[in-house]
Structures are given as C-alpha cells and as structure tokens.
Design a protein around this ligand. Sequence first.
Ligand code: GSH
Length: 429
Amino acid sequence: MAPIGKIYSYPNNPRVYKALIAAKYNGLEIAEAKDFQTGVTNTTPAFLEKFPLGKVPAFEGADGFTLYESNAIAYYVASYKKDTKLLGKDKHEGAKIQQYVFFADNEISPAAATWTFPILGWIPFNKANQAKAVEDVKHVLSVLDKILLRRTFLVGETVTLADIIVFTALLNLYKLVLEPEVRKPYVNVNRWFLTLAHQPEFIAVVGEVKLCEKAAEPKKPEEKAKEEKKPKEEKKPKEEKKPKEEKPKKEEKPKPEADDDDEDEKPAEKKAPNALDLLPPSKFNLENWKRFYSNNDTRPTAINYFWDNFDKEGFSIWKADYKYNDELTLVFMSSNLVGGFFQRLEAARKYAFGTLLVLGENNNSAISGYFVFRGQEVPPMVIDAPDYESYDFKKVDSDDAAVRKDFEDFLAWDVPIGGKKVADGKTFK
Ligand SMILES: N[C@@H](CCC(=O)N[C@@H](CS)C(=O)NCC(=O)O)C(=O)O
C-alpha cells in the first residue's frame, strides 16, 4: 500500500519509533523523508513554514496534513485505522492510554535523558543531576513494576499506544545503563519490556534489542575532575550572610585562608575584588570589540579593528580544541554542546570573548575555536565551568602570521578551516 505520509528525522530516533510501531500494528506504511539533513533541512523556510519549531520528528501526510510532536504523530497513525486496538476499547482505556503517554513524557523521559545523554555525548555529565536521575528512574520502574505485577500490557489485554510509548521512553535505558544487577528488582517491567521487544511489529522497527550487560559510562567526568582540582579558596561564595558583629568594610582585602573551618563566619567573599579587575588598565576594551564585531563586516572591518586595538600585554589569545571529536555525531548536537558551554561561562563574560565552530559534517566533525581572555591566563571562571575539561586550551602567539590568519578565519566563518567546512558556530560575547 502507498505510504500515508512521510516522517522527517535523523535515523534511529526513538521518538519516530512510536509512529512506526503503531503503523506496523495498523498495517500502514510511513515513508522516511528523503535527504533529510539535521540542522539543514529543518532550518529551511519551507520546513519552518510547515513545522515552525524546526524540530523532528515531523510528519507530512500524503494528503498534505502536517503534524509535529512525536506523541501526536503516533496518535494520528494509531487512529488512522478505524477498528484499531491501539487506542483502547472504551473511554476508560482511552484515558488510561493518555495517562501513560504523559507519564512517559513527564516521569520517564527527562530522567532517562539526564542519565543517558551524557553517555551519548549530547550533554555534559553532571554528577548530582545523574545521581538524581538514577533515583528517579528507579522510582518510576518500581511504580511500573507494581502495575505490571498482574498485567501483561499496560492497558487492556493487547498492545496499545501506552505500551509503545512507554517502551520507547525506556529503550535507551535498557540498552545503555540498566545492567543486570540494576534491572533485577523490576521483574515485571523486564518481562513486559521483553515481551514487547519480541513482537514482530516492534522488531520490524527497532530491530533486536540487546539488553545492557554493563552500564555505559558518561564520556567526560568533568565534574569529578573539577571537584578534585578546585582549590579551597575558589569555592563559590555562599549566599551572603550578615556577619554577626561588624560588617567588613567594602575596601577590605580578602583574608587568604583564615577562618577556613567555619565558613559561616567568613565575611562574604563576594566583596573580594576580582584579580582580573586589578590588572593595569588596557587600551583594548573588550566590550567595544564585542559590539564592533557584532555590528560590522568581519572582513576586513572588524578584523582590522581587532588588530589595531588588541593589547597583548593586557589580553591573551587561546586556541580551544574539543578533546572528544571522534564522539561527536550530529552537527546540531555539537552546536548544542557549544551553546551549553557558553551558557555556563556567564561569569566570565566580562573577561572573555570566544568563537567556537563546528567544522565538518554530521558524524565527521570537530569543535574548535579561539578565546580572547583578559590577562595572560585562562580566567578562573572559565576553569570553573564543567565543560572546561573537555577542551584543550593553548595560548597562541598573536604576532605569528599563521596564527593571525587562523584566528581571522575563525572570526569570519567564511572559508573552510583545516579542510573542513564551517557547519555551524557560536560566538561568546
Ligand atoms: N517533544 C518533541 C521533542 C522534539 C525534539 O526535541 N526533537 C529534537 C531531536 S530529538 C530536535 O529536533 N532538536 C532540534 C532543535 O532543537 O533544533 C517530540 O516528542 O517530538
């Protein structure tokens, strides 16, 4: 039969599986949108006209009907067949199915993402968030385990959209982190999950599901490294507390290590002048540069401005290269990594400018760029960012002609760099 429509997405997106499995149960065909390129196709005006969020999956029916949000697409496909069993037999079952759709999105997916995305290299690892996510997942599994004690499927006596959607929400957990010891207590969930995984309609879409044997590790345990190396006095200032007796004077110099074992007694560290603010004044004004760069053509105007005003005594230029390029996948995910890094550099905004580019293409890319820092060292607020450990920072010689040319290319984004085209980029300013 002719496909009822096509879905735009990158390959193997579990959100797409929901509609594809539903289609198998209903005997329907859905095509894959040909030549879809993440970060390219979904940013074109034609795509955004139909799917304004620019996100995938996105569905376009053979009749011109358009739809985004994977649960809505799965629902549409499930409802496409009149006598489908996927939506329950009455309004109670229908409502229960909705309950599980929201349950999957609100109770499972956020925790599953926090646990598995750092493993997939999509977001940076954060120890505290991960610990919380593990607990949340275990809680959800124990809830499901009770529900499934006397049930083969979540709603009614046959597979419904509830099973399909909860299954896909759990899929990466079962594949990546729920190693035997961890999943052992949830016998009923395991049985239910494997029952679904062995249904021909699931196999046709998901393939053979290999359950996790040993939990995959997050790729970059930056947080741990950061905690180990962070010197005591660099601890983030606690919420400002009024000292019990006398307020310290504004100008008072910070005491080096005194009173260390009673932090509550410390005058607020926030008052300490930042070492970077005590550097001799510089003729190069970073704020002016950022504004000039934003408002003028990069070549030659902004670049000439930079070299005319740059002060190598008061500032330094650093090359930054991502350490784990071989683990990068889709360009938009790499851009998200850079965006996240920049967000966590907020405290350094006054002292830093940066340009980081994603070079190459999907599944063959590198993140690289330059920073301009106040002073001759990497500012402590940059070192404090969890992502700092994921980059090699090397100070460069701003008088070297080759360095200057490379730096200019990273400012301009208009020529391939190291043989790789500029796929995307972000500026920290
Ligand atoms: N709630 C949406 C989430 C869609 C979503 O976040 N899609 C991601 C990929 S899985 C995306 O297209 N991101 C591209 C972007 O944010 O630009 C759904 O279930 O369809």
